[in-house]
Design a protein. Structure first.
Length: 476
């Protein structure tokens, strides 16, 4: 499920708890790391929104910001503050119909004041989204305070990502907001104050039962690779997913310094593909004594494929053939496609190549095993023979620079994992500590202070998060 969050408030406006709301939605999404892909547009331009609709193709659009009260000669609008323009951009019904019909989300959540109210159908924001092709729209009939908006989103997405239907999730979230409006549920039967009760309303044009559904478990129901505390990195997740879903290439490369978070990203994407029914084989090539030739790399791949029970193949035999690397590796690629089978697909996930000698990776594997999986438009040479094979791999930044130089003329780019941006790091440590704080025994204040100090002073990358993973067991 792809969820696009548009944060449209002026950063100086503290009435809306926009950052806290984004954190709440992220927290819910990260409980379903293998099923939910989230992208946040923070104070975007109209062009940013249109591009995200066409390229990200969200199932859910969530808006955080302000709505304008309908009045005489004033049409309902939502405002999106743009960081570049430093002004509010108004989105009315006509503009919504024109833009969103290009790629309508299935569900729209307008978590802003008075977005469900309109003097006429033609000016209604809800009707505009439905006219554009959306199946369901959640909007607020009244004014909504920042704390109520936060409470609604937190509960709604917790329910939705847990597999609850949209209408049932809205009902539960409405109850959460109502309790907040009357004093945290102190008087559950008392009427809610009108000024505190935004009346979230769900409007449907279609089958609400199928508007949004979570992917169900298949043969890979047991998580094999996913790391539960893998947090944020939404942009990198999306960029890799774009490459894997592309018709231009069957090769995606993730690069970065040691312990930047490459393995966690590979594992998450491998799990997503497996849960979508795709055959996924993960090969761990890490270790300082893994081998010293390209034969060893092919043998490790062949061993994992054999262990997964793919149809009878000659991969091991080919991997050990004598001769020049070029012909042997080409035979290996062809046999791999044949054993996958016509009409089938396989994602081959390779991790740990950074531990291998430069000449093996740069001079042999790069040009002869991996680059051919770029489609011809990008300089690749592999023609479909049998099944479709795609490769996702991770390596060091130094090697990726050499790889990029080879493929740059064709427009291919690796995905680099570097330090977290400042705002994303703040959200990352919020999610990460929320996950791990439950592992620290109650009353162990010294352990908690150690964790907090590491997060405050450490580098803003996966290395610091790995330190936390390593020391938490010692707290227990």
């Amino acid at each position: 499920m792809r969820v696009l969050v548009v944060m449209g408030n002026d950063p100086a406006d503290k009435k809306i708890q926009a950052e806290e709301e984004l954190v709440a939605i992220e927290a819910a999404a990260q409980t379903k790391n293998d099923e939910v892909l989230l992208r946040a547009l923070i104070r975007p331009t109209p062009a940013d929104i249109e591009e995200a609709l066409l390229k990200f193709r969200p199932h859910v659009l969530h808006f955080i910001g302000h709505g304008v009260r309908p009045a005489a000669n004033v049409e309902p609008e939502i405002y999106v503050y743009g960081t570049l323009t430093r002004q509010n951009e108004a989105w009315g019904a006509d503009r919504i119909r024109g833009v969103f019909r290009q790629m309508p989300p299935r569900l729209v959540v307008l978590n802003a004041c008075l977005t469900g109210d309109a003097p006429t159908a033609s000016t209604s924001l809800v009707e505009a989204f439905l006219d554009a092709g959306c199946i369901a729209v959640i909007a607020m009939m009244g004014e909504i305070r920042g704390d109520s908006s936060l409470a609604f989103s937190k509960r709604f997405y917790a329910e939705l990502f847990a597999g609850t239907t949209v209408d049932a999730a809205v009902a539960t979230a409405r109850h959460e907001v109502r309790n907040l409006a009357i004093g945290q549920g102190a008087q559950p039967n008392a009427p809610a104050l009108r000024s505190n009760w935004p009346l979230p309303r769900l409007t449907v044009r279609g089958n609400i039962e199928t508007a949004i559904t979570m992917t169900k478990s298949n043969s890979h129901a047991v998580r094999r690779w996913l790391i539960d505390d893998f947090v944020v990195r939404w942009d990198e997740r999306w960029r890799v997913w774009q490459l894997l879903d592309s018709t231009d290439t069957r090769l995606a490369l993730v690069s970065g310094q040691e312990q930047a978070g490459k393995t966690e990203l590979l594992n998450t994407l491998a799990e997503i593909c497996a849960r979508h029914g795709e055959s996924v084989i993960r090969v761990d090539l890490s270790g300082k004594t893994t081998g010293n030739s390209w034969h060893d790399v092919l043998t490790k791949i062949a061993t994992e494929i054999d262990a997964e029970g793919l149809p009878s193949n000659r991969l091991k035999e080919i991997a050990l053939e004598e001769g020049m690397s070029g012909p042997v590796i080409k035979n290996f690629r062809d046999e791999l496609a044949r054993c996958v089978g016509q009409g089938n697909s396989l994602l081959l996930v390779l991790d740990g190549l950074s531990d291998w000698q430069d000449n093996i990776v740069r001079d042999t594997l790069l040009p002869e095993l991996f680059v051919p999986y770029l489609m011809p438009a990008l300089g690749g040479t592999v023609a479909p023979i049998g099944g479709d094979v795609r490769i996702l791999l991770a390596t060091s930044k130094d090697w990726s620079d050499a790889w990029q130089a080879r493929a740059r003329p064709f427009g291919w780019q690796p995905i680099e994992i570097g330090p977290f941006p400042a705002d994303e790091w703040d959200r990352a440590i919020t999610h990460f500590t929320t996950h791990w704080i439950s592992q620290v025994p109650e009353g162990n204040h010294e352990s908690f202070r150690t964790m907090m100090e590491l997060l405050r002073t450490g580098k803003k990358n996966g290395y610091t998060l790995n330190l936390i993973r390593g020391i938490v067991p010692s707290f227990q």
